[in-house]
Design a protein around this ligand. Sequence first.
Ligand SMILES: *Cc1c(COP(=O)(O)O)cnc(C)c1O
Length: 385
Amino acid sequence: MDSLTAFAEAKLEALDAQALRRRLAPTRRLDGLWVERGGRRLLSFSCNDYLNLSHHPAVKAAAVAAIEVHGAGAGASRLVTGDHPLLAELEARLARLKRTEAACLFGSGYLANTGLIPTLAGEGDLVLVDELAHACIWAGAQLSGARVVPFRHNDIGELERLLAELRAAHRRCLVATDGVFSMDGDLAPLDRLSEVCQAHDAWLLSDDAHGIGVLAEGRGSAALFPGATIPLQMGTLSKAIGSYGAYVCASRAVVDLLKTRARTLVYSTAPPPAAIAAALAALDLIEADSELTARPLSRARVFTQALGLPRAESPIVPVIIGGAEEALAASRALEGQGRLVVAIRPPTVPARTAPLRVAFTAGHSEADVLALAAAVRPLLRKEAA
Ligand SMILES: *Cc1c(COP(=O)(O)O)cnc(C)c1O
């Protein structure tokens, strides 16, 4: 066997031995709510399509129409010939929704964070990151070449101490957090983060992948903290917006700088017209219907109340089952009952906790939610139940 294949096989065996090997499960999404896997229909509590808009007729029709007019692919990066007119239209819409001067679209959230952070920070700079922030914030921070220091999750006191100790020795400083944490569903205290950042001339980046569309009438987690100053507001089009792609909302100058310097924009093909048109149609629906945008969180709260869990702050609810194998067994048991609830394993979450991550959407009925709670109750870890 050649050394490359031997390396891959040994690595896979080691992962298998720790129950950490991941496998793709071909899944057909039948609508915004139901999926088909292994020949079975399952009610999904594992899609981030919080408003079920990926399958909304108006969103699909907009994507189809955009393909007819603009073609299937963008053809090149934005700075070459890929800057199709839908991009500017969506940027203007997002800037208006987020009340910032401007917005910059990227191909995905991963590309946005790995382009944004190295554009603003480099050698001699400091990037402080909440320990539970998304993997692509870490990737962007590492790529930047700045000094990267984690702070304990949502621990403002520790952030303040780190800034007091380290800020003066660095030129520029960026503080990065999720607005809604992707695995635990809790919120960052953006008001207090903003205060601390302003006191130390640090730039606050909030990643609102899971807040846009579902909090504050769709405007996202930042709008829950009206006094906060958040100069860098990033989010994706791939969750509640039901499409693909991502944005950074910021001042005009920051956006212009991103458009000339962010390597994941300069050297990567522009997002396809269909994805952008779909996002525009989704924003029409989001801005028109505050009852729709409120529903995923209200469903999550029905669930947390039924199980006596801490009140949900977002549509995401973690349910702690135990180690990786227990969580997988729980997920399989729920699947046996026709429900898809995936277990999240290390390294996505810290070793030794492997929650079921339950994501509620507007399309789940209260009866669906209560039935899930009844099915989950016997699986709860004893000290948590
Ligand atoms: C999903 C997610 C991303 C990545 O966005 P994609 O558009 O899927 O690449 C970034 N940040 C957070 C917090 C996420 O949950």
